[in-house]
Design a protein around this ligand. Structure first.
Ligand code: ADP
Length: 381
């Protein structure tokens, strides 16, 4: 198949947050024109896109009209109107990832069934339609309840330890997933273009902030055996091939204490666990997504050095116009790369930016990352 690329190619993105913003930064190197649809007039992409339209991503007519005149349509968030994307695709607009993939991934229940049907290792699960059915699963405790639709960043996910927790259960169609006593959370990013070419990034390890349920640190490469790395790569490639998906797919994994690798969930777009690829790999995840959706040859995923990514979350106790305390100190250190997402206002735990630390040695990068974490803070004026 030939490429969709040409200089000045018009790409429409549903969503204008930080992922879209970093995509634009890379797409400019290819002289592409990026058009954004987002409900927030102050979204991180609003001031840097070739065109920006404020509108509801869940509204059929808005999404359809936005996509109609684009050369390619993609997403940076899964919560979008898929019927409109289906319609666009049926009328010949290339939409990547494909609408059928977005529909599957929007629903954690369908996602789990997909893994089960394709022998992809994942934690056992059951499906319920409302909170009152929690009582039917007493013998399954403890489990993690996940709302099938609409969750993100740990919202819509909660652990149910005992029947005493049933009263806080979500009253919505949900997946009940057996509790995984994991050793590490890992992520593998894989990309596929229309020609079926596949590339996989080195495996990374994510450390979560327990209070915010958000990734706080990311370590690349992950400290795991080559066997675990290989198993994870095979799983990621298997998923993207079985989905027949075009674009970038982030595969979040659990490494259990007994050495098993289980799929937690996937995201069909650039992902928080791939930010470090901007500085630390030959081809960033954003450029890779660009190449994949335009059916260009995929780029080398090889790491140039070890890296650590620190998410810059809004400091507790501060809300209002964001101020970055300590920025001048941290950028004086070698291999420290800040990315501020251009969000005007901070609030506790809001993702305001990230910092990538690149170093020949992972343990040195970790030390610097710890210093960055202690020195750089997002507070309010
Ligand atoms: P989201 O889509 O909001 O990111 P996830 O399904 O990734 O939600 O869950 C958020 C976090 O909850 C995970 O990163 C993990 O730390 C924890 N978690 C999810 N599922 C399980 C499970 N089955 N057992 C133990 N912890 C889990």
């Amino acid at each position: 198949m030939s490429t969709l690329y040409q200089s000045g190619v018009n790409i429409g993105i549903l969503g204008g947050g930080q992922l879209g913003r970093m995509f634009i930064q890379e797409a400019l190197n290819f002289d592409a024109h990026i058009h954004i649809l987002d409900p927030d007039s102050n979204a991180p992409c609003s001031k840097i896109a070739h065109s920006f339209e404020q509108g509801d991503l869940m509204d059929f007519d808005t999404v359809y009209a936005f996509g109609k005149n684009k050369d390619v349509v993609t997403i940076e968030i899964e919560h979008v109107n898929v019927d409109a994307l289906d319609q666009l695709a049926a009328e010949g607009v290339p939409v990547f990832p494909q609408p059928s993939v977005i529909r599957l991934i929007q629903d954690k229940g369908l996602q789990k069934e997909f893994y089960a049907n394709h022998n992809i290792p994942t934690a056992d699960f059951r499906l319920i339609t409302a909170a009152k059915e929690l009582n039917d699963h007493l013998s399954y405790l403890p489990f993690v309840q996940k709302a099938r639709k609409g969750g993100y960043d740990g919202k819509g996910v909660q652990t149910i330890q005992s029947s005493a927790d049933f009263e806080k259960g979500f009253d919505a169609p949900s997946v009940l997933e057996s509790f995984v006593d994991f050793d590490k959370e890992l992520s593998v990013i894989v990309a596929r273009n229309m020609n079926g070419e596949i590339v996989t990034y080195p495996i990374v390890e994510c450390e979560f902030n327990p209070e915010a349920n958000l990734v706080e640190f990311l370590f690349a490469p992950a400290k795991v055996s080559t066997e675990v790395e290989e198993k994870s790569r095979v799983i990621a490639e298997n998923i993207i091939s079985k989905l027949g998906m075009v674009g970038i797919l982030a595969v979040e994994l659990f490494l259990t204490k007994s050495g098993e690798v289980l799929v937690n969930e996937v995201a069909p777009r650039p992902h928080n666990s791939g930010h470090q690829t901007i500085e630390a790999n030959f081809t960033s995840q954003y450029e890779q997504h660009f190449r994949a959706i335009l059916n260009l040859p995929l780029g080398s995923t090889r790491a140039l050095a070890a890296s650590v990514m620190v998410n810059l979350l809004g400091e507790k106790g501060y809300s209002g116009k964001a101020k970055y305390k300590g920025l001048e100190s941290v950028i004086a250190w070698e291999g420290v790369f800040p990315h501020l997402y251009g969000k005007e206002n901070t609030k506790p735990f809001r993702k305001m930016g990230h910092v990538t630390i690149v170093n020949e040695s992972l343990s040195e990068a970790k030390k610097i990352a710890q210093q960055v974490k202690e020195t750089l803070q997002v507070i309010a004026e």
